[in-house]
Design a protein around this ligand. Structure first.
Ligand SMILES: [Zn+2]
Ligand SMILES: [Zn+2]
Length: 339
């Protein structure tokens, strides 16, 4: 089968590898769609600890092609998505739906186990969730990034009349806008430099989009609500954005850090103390976050389709990784396989 693998810094290639076979408690999934994630781009640019030949891709859905021994809740042909890991399924964390803290976790597409930039991928039964008919396969591949945003938005503690700032309109920022709106937050001001992404932020429900070099997003929230932003979502994850969030947040406000900055960064504690700020860090998602996202897509509470700007085939993956160094107006790029 064809797959796209990390080879070296700045090098992704399409390779041909044998189709894997599911062990007990696992299924073989025929991949339909797999999203390219910002963290895949980070890994390819910096190498991190990824071994050459690792198949990436952790935002996916597909149909079950083969069942391993002992799999009882799923059938061949079922359309599913999966949390991108195989965990033990038995420990306290797994039973609570927080398998990401399982001691025996192995990530899919993140260097440990092969991911879904491939015609087939092996998944663990305990990480699978059915996709109802109302959720297309392209939307199925958005469940993972949407759940990242949901997990962050659920940590926010503010009344609906208050406004918030979403810093960054990349895929996670866009997903955060969607969830804020779905949760009844009326005023969502987005801070974004790239005009193409600003346009997408509007499409997904932003009340206003501000270029932070031209205008303070916090002032825009005050103009719309009469109050400063009670919550600031940091969805960029580069050096110095956390301190910008500190400046934007209201006194006694809250900052939710969803973006992942990979280098040491500085904040000014005195400013945080003077404002009595709360800074919450948000990581990944739970089983329940996935379920809530799937329900919201099925019932039309979320319309995430405008997040998808490109759909490509597996052979185009290396060139797209190159192109995404300058994303321009691209947001979510899906790698699609013939069904
Ligand atoms: Zn991701
Ligand atoms: Zn476990």
């Amino acid at each position: 089968m064809k797959a796209a693998a990390f080879q070296a810094i700045d090098k992704v290639t399409v390779i041909d590898v044998p189709k894997p076979a599911p062990a007990a408690g696992q299924v073989l999934l025929k991949v339909y769609d797999c999203g390219i994630c910002g963290s895949d781009l980070h890994v390819v640019q910096h190498g991190m600890a990824m071994r050459p030949g690792s198949i990436m891709g952790h935002e996916f859905c597909g149909a079950i092609a083969e069942l391993g021994a002992g799999v009882s809740d799923f059938r061949v042909g079922d359309r599913v998505t999966s949390l991108p890991y195989i965990s033990c399924g038995k420990c306290e964390q797994c039973r609570r739906g927080t398998g990401m803290y399982c001691e025996h976790i192995h990530g899919l597409g993140l260097g440990q186990l092969p991911g879904a930039y491939a015609e087939y991928v092996i998944c663990g039964e305990q990480s699978l969730l059915h996709l109802p008919d109302g959720v297309s396969s392209r939307e199925g591949a958005l469940v993972e990034p949407l759940s990242v945003a949901l997990h962050g938005v659920k940590r926010a503690d503010f009344d609906r009349g208050a406004g918030c700032v979403v810093m960054g309109a990349g895929p996670i920022g866009l997903a955060t806008i969607l969830w804020c709106k779905a949760k009844g937050i009326e005023t969502v001001v987005v801070s974004e430099l790239a005009p193409g992404r600003a346009e997408l932020a509007f499409k997904l429900g932003a009340s206003a989009v501000v270029n932070p070099n031209e205008r303070n997003p916090s002032d825009k929230v005050r103009e719309l609500t009469g109050r400063e932003p009670e919550v600031v979502f940091e969805c960029i994850g580069v050096k110095s954005t956390l301190m910008s969030a500190v400046h934007l947040a209201a006194r006694r406000g809250q900052i939710i850090v969803i973006g992942v900055c990979l280098e040491p960064d500085e904040i000014m504690p005195l400013t945080c103390v003077a404002k009595e700020l709360r800074i919450d860090f948000s990581m990944a998602y739970t089983h329940d976050d996935f379920r809530e996202t799937i329900d919201a897509l099925a019932t039309g509470r979320l319309d995430a389709k405008p997040m998808i700007t490109d759909v490509i085939g597996i052979d185009e993956v290396p060139a797209m990784f190159n192109a995404l160094k300058r994303p321009g107006s691209r947001a979510k790029v899906l790698v699609e396989f013939p069904q």
